[in-house]
Design a protein around this ligand. Structure first.
Ligand code: GDP
Length: 491
């Protein structure tokens, strides 16, 4: 068996070699045995049965997937814009690119591809991480040379450490300090603060590279790209690209587009996606009608680390959900039905648990009521003890990526007196139904990036507050203010 394993590509196989589940599946396949897992099947893993086992023979190098993080205004968008425009691919195309949540560029010297993710708020990634999937390989931490480390820089550092992603630091806006001596001094200060925050920079013997860039003038941007490539070479990133491998991917964004219908940007993880393939994601099935890259051009295939906008979804899939290929429409339908059945069962058991919890809480309140003499004051005290007051919101956004980002950012806001509660969230202009829902629940409607919301919605007869935002942090500020307004006055 060890000899067989070596032939299969397990060069280090020995008598005490420990095999992963995927390897066991692969080996069984070679001996013509079926694999049956005894692990519990739930709605979150039911599609795993469709996946191909990992086959090391088919592994090929793939481009690194990079996320840019850092404090607001330190220059993340400017870097992404520069890379998008300077990319050879987009220059040939005339420089017009569309936002699909990710794009690829060719590093200028090595001519290797890099995938950059630019989904707003990166909420889809939070959701993927919650499920134990980490789709980013490398984080570029952006720090402005003028402002140095700020609160969100520290958050990004924390995130990088927790996620186990590799890190590259880009100290940016260096053109803002034209005097080279003062520039070097400021850079040194930023680097020292990074070291003080336990970032192991190369200059102290660590392995974190630092580049000093200006996304405005383009200075050293090629160095940034090549640093990413050299790091990814060390990481030895690989995936199966084989056309027979069952495709897997992640939904980065989804939206309904005029004329074409439901579209979703899918980042390919494994296999090669093709026109005509059948895909499943959550409850949505898709027969791939067309695939478009970030330049809006049709492509017939998409390989690992590539993101494409896929047309042909019967319903809108959710950002952050996994995508899996099914061999035929009947298999796809069978699995979606199987998953729906499991979801229903799981929801029923959650409801039972919740009811038990509620019953327990109610009996606690009842016994408190009995124990205490019920003067009005005591009654109020009991109410506050049962939890903070909810302030209700309905979220409407341009694309599901930003919808997710907003929900994630505001759903935990508040303190032990008031907290925000999201009644519903969806993509598109507020409808009559949203207004009705807002009226019943006393919600404020928060619109994000929706362009012109019709006047009859804004000035609705029920005087429901419909607020419009284009910047996430302004929206968060406003929600915080609304929460503050709902605090009881202190006399
Ligand atoms: P983000 O919030 O991190 O995405 O930051 P932006 O990319 O929106 O940049 C914030 C501001 O800094 C904008 O006014 C940019 O034009 C400016 N900026 C970003 N990078 C540079 C740079 O390298 N040099 C200069 N001079 N300005 C920059």
């Amino acid at each position: 068996m060890i000899q067989d394993l070596k032939k299969l590509g397990f060069t280090h196989a020995s008598s005490n070699y420990i095999l992963t589940k995927e390897y066991i599946e692969l080996i069984l396949q070679e001996y013509n045995y079926d694999f049956e897992s005894t692990e519990g099947i739930s709605s979150s893993n039911v599609y795993d049965e469709l996946k191909s086992p990992m086959n090391p023979r088919f592994l090929e190098p793939r481009p690194p997937i990079v996320t840019i993080m850092g404090h607001v205004d330190h220059g993340k968008t400017t870097i992404l814009d520069y890379l998008r425009k300077s990319s050879i691919v987009s220059q040939e195309h005339g420089g017009i690119t569309q936002h699909i949540g990710a794009f690829q560029c060719v590093a200028p010297i090595s001519k290797k591809l890099i995938t950059f993710l630019d989904t707003p708020g990166h909420a889809a990634f939070l959701k993927m991480r919650e499920r134990g999937a980490n789709i980013t390989d490398i984080i570029v931490l952006v720090v402005s040379v003028e402002d140095s480390i700020m609160p969100q820089t520290l958050e990004a550092i924390k995130h990088a450490k927790n996620s186990g992603n590799e890190l590259i630091v880009a100290i940016t806006k260096i053109d803002r300090i034209p005097n080279l001596k003062s520039r070097a001094q400021s850079i040194e200060k930023v680097e020292n603060s990074l070291i003080a925050n336990e970032i192991e920079l190369e200059k102290i013997g660590g392995d974190v590279q630092v580049v000093h860039i200006s996304a405005k003038t383009g200075e050293n941007m090629d160095q940034l790209e090549e640093s990413i490539i050299s790091l990814s070479d060390i990481m030895d990133l690989k995936a199966e690209k084989n056309e027979k491998t069952v495709c897997e991917g992640w939904v980065l964004e989804s939206e309904v587009k005029k004329a074409v219908g439901n579209v979703a940007t899918v980042l390919v993880k494994k296999g090669t996606m093709k026109k005509g393939d059948l895909l499943i994601s959550g409850n949505s099935i898709c027969k791939v009608r067309a695939m478009l890259n970030e330049l809006g051009s049709q492509v017939s295939k998409a390989s690992p680390s590539q993101a494409v906008e896929i047309v042909g979804w019967k319903s809108l899939p959710n950002a952050g959900d996994e995508v899996i290929q099914a061999k035929s429409e009947s298999i796809a339908k069978k699995y979606v039905a199987k998953r729906q059945h499991l979801v229903q069962e799981e929801n029923e058991s959650i409801t039972v648990e919740k009811m038990n919890d509620e019953r327990a809480a109610q009996s606690e309140v009842n016994s408190l009521n009995k124990e205490e003499e019920e003067s009005d004051e005591d009654h109020e005290q009991i109410l506050t003890e049962t939890g903070p007051k909810d302030v209700n919101f309905i979220v409407k956004a341009d694309v599901s990526g930003s919808e997710e980002a907003i929900v994630q950012s505001i759903e935990h806001l508040g303190n032990d007196e008031v907290k925000s509660k999201i009644i519903s969230s969806s993509v598109g202009i507020p409808t009559e139904n949203d207004l009705k829902m807002a009226k019943i629940t006393g919600s404020t409607i928060l619109c994000f990036n929706l362009g012109n919301v019709p006047n009859e919605i804004i000035n609705n007869k029920d005087k429901i507050a419909v607020k419009q935002f284009n910047v996430i942090y302004k929206l968060i500020e406003d929600v915080t203010e609304t929460l503050t307004d709902n605090l009881k006055p202190i006399f």
